[in-house]
Design a protein around this ligand. Structure first.
Ligand code: UDP
Ligand code: MN
Length: 248
């Protein structure tokens, strides 16, 4: 059987949320044997996301955890608690595996990125931790792991090249086995500088030597760190509202 791909997506309420999630669902629906773990950054599961998931047409789990107010500040890492909630769910679901987990692969899929279907074929064969290039990130057209003789030897990046794993959240996948055999590995707030989340997490579960390069030895971009422009709502009415209340 194909290893199950678990995609953990943190998401938060904003004008473009439904558009982002619709686009992401349209991608993920086309991937065989994929389980979508959607984690709302909210005190409760919203109607909007519940309805969307119910109609998304793929296996999913709907979680929520609010980011404490003190962490909602520019410059601080985003979605730490949500990704950890996804990890906790995964570990709980497989707690009876006793080390011998069903084959699975975990991937952190932010709601605004762009994913090719090829990417999922590549990550499906992850044995421990696999890596690949990410487009439109770090102030460059792409960042990538530099591979020599099938091994990652350094990082092509324009930003903080001193990071032990100079890679975006969209640039790696982890086998379920590795997640279960490192039960304490989580995203940390304390002592984690901005942009160090990925590196801090990967340090807990692997080494650079162990990384498995995908996407033709990391020479192809199969995922893009796209970001959606903030919508202009300057002309929203303050009175004489529409006669119907439409979910957008
Ligand atoms: N996110 C979240 N709560 C927030 C901000 C972001 O859950 O307060 C989610 C967001 O929906 C996305 C991920 O965290 O899936 C990364 O956020 P964003 O795309 O804004 O980060 P960037 O593109 O700057 O890396
Ligand atoms: Mn983003």
């Amino acid at each position: 059987p194909l290893p199950t791909i678990y995609a953990i997506t943190p998401t938060y309420s904003r004008p473009v949320q439904k558009a982002e999630l619709t686009r992401l669902a349209n991608t993920l629906r086309q991937v065989a044997q994929l389980h979508w773990i959607l984690v709302e950054d909210a005190a409760a599961r919203s109607e909007l996301v519940s309805r969307l998931l119910a109609r998304a047409g793929l296996p999913s789990t709907h979680l929520h955890v609010p980011t404490p107010r003190r962490y909602k500040r520019p410059g601080l890492p985003r979605a730490t608690e949500q990704r950890n909630a996804g990890l906790a769910w995964l570990r709980q679901r497989h707690r009876h595996g006793h080390g011998r987990a069903q084959p699975g692969v975990l991937f952190f899929a932010d709601d605004d990125n762009t994913y090719s279907l090829e990417l999922f074929q590549e990550m499906r064969t992850t044995r421990k931790v696999s890596v690949w290039p990410v487009g439109l990130v770090g102030g460059r057209r792409y960042e990538r792991p530099v591979v020599e003789n099938g091994k990652v030897v350094s990082w092509y990046t324009g930003w903080r090249a001193d990071r032990p794993f100079a890679i975006d959240m969209a640039g790696f996948a982890v086998s379920l086995q590795v997640i279960l055999s490192n039960p304490k590995a989580v995203f940390k707030r304390r002592g984690s500088q901005p942009g160090m989340q990925e590196s801090d997490f990967l340090k807990q579960i692997t080494t650079v030597e162990e990384l498995e390069p995908k996407a033709s030895n990391c020479t192809k971009v199969l995922v893009w760190h796209t970001r959606t422009e903030k919508v202009n709502l300057a002309n929203e009415p303050k009175y004489r509202l529409d006669t119907v209340n439409i979910e957008v």
